[in-house]
Design a protein around this ligand. Sequence first.
Ligand code: PMP
Length: 428
Amino acid sequence: MLYKRSSQLFAEASEVLPGGVNSPVRAFKSVGGTPIFVKEAKGAYLYDEDGNRLIDYINSWGPMLLGHAYEPVVTAVVEKAKKGTSFGMPTELETEIAKLAVSMVPGIEKIRFVNSGTEACMSAIRLARGFTNRDKIIKFAGCYHGHSDSFLIQAGSGAITFGAPNSPGVTQGTAKDTLLARYNDLDNVRSLFEANKNEIAAIIVEPVAGNMGCVPPQDGFLQGLRTLCDANGTLLIFDEVMTGFRLSKGGAQELFNVKADIVTFGKVIGGGLPVGAFAARNEIMNYLAPLGPVYQAGTLSGNPLAMAAGLAMLSDINKNEGLFDRLEQKTAYLEKGIREQLEKAGVVFTINRVGSMISVHFDATPVVDFDTAKNGDNETFKKFFHGLLQEGIYIAPSAYETWFITDALSYEDLDNTIAAVGKVAEKL
Ligand code: PMP
């Protein structure tokens, strides 16, 4: 496949956008080569500026659970747009989507909409700090909660890809309030509680980590965090920006049967428009302005186009018979196929998967935390990535990302992908 026009567009973009992109991982820096410029997308496919068709395994990093240009979402946005694109005043639509989200997700009574996952997580910790009157938070190495200062400490995703998990510009003052723990290591969390008695406002965790590749929580890990939080008067925040409305209607809380105090959302909840949200029981949410003292606001928050897209998406997911079973079956089928092909070719690998989140690591050691995630062989990953791209298959341009499976994929797409993996694996 040729990427001539993408190369030209990238060169032009690089003159006026830092690195040619508006979000670092898009620049293909860790895999090399030229980022692909998309012209349009439909269902499971991307169509690029060179006329190539790619099967998409990233789906805008998660939101397109039901495929690109999903008709009910597109119609909802187009119809709303004709009636005005932003008011900065309340609309009935905001209540409708809020009611639906509250009915789908366990344990939440009120929800506030924002414009990104970053905002959702940033606001959630401010709320937790205000509510508990404590400053410190625990985050896990390799987890990513957006690019706000408190979280850019041993962050996963793009932050590791660029070798800067700790960003310049984050002050020591901010960094000292973020305590770091090892994912899947309850003893480590316990010792942080012992060393910081009555100081920890919240633990924030990706209930299935998706930003160091996919790393599932080990049995008892999430429940253990719940128990430790309860014993220490600390709030448990599930960052469900990836997992929310993807792993089940009620997200990871429902799947693992563990309740969080605050839940954050992004991606699927906006149906592809810029939406994030955070939610909790009344006691906590009533602490937020204008009811309570913790301030949080947004000119475009609850924007009618974004809410229309989100409502269309969540309504569909809510009544979409068998959706999560189908996603599980399709992704399990893909996993099995990839395993067989890589084994046949004698490639050393580990695959992690939860529902429709999956990633392939090129290392034999089980991947359970940030350290084991970093063991992956990046040179093999690069070859794998570019090999698949030549076969018309688009996976994330970084070894530290999860693939997001969409229901728009057919079994024929999956078979084609598995065959491509076989072809590429022979040359790894
Ligand atoms: N939390 C998680 C778990 C994420 O994966 C991401 C983004 N990939 C974010 C927060 C930040 O969301 P956004 O990029 O919308 O700001």
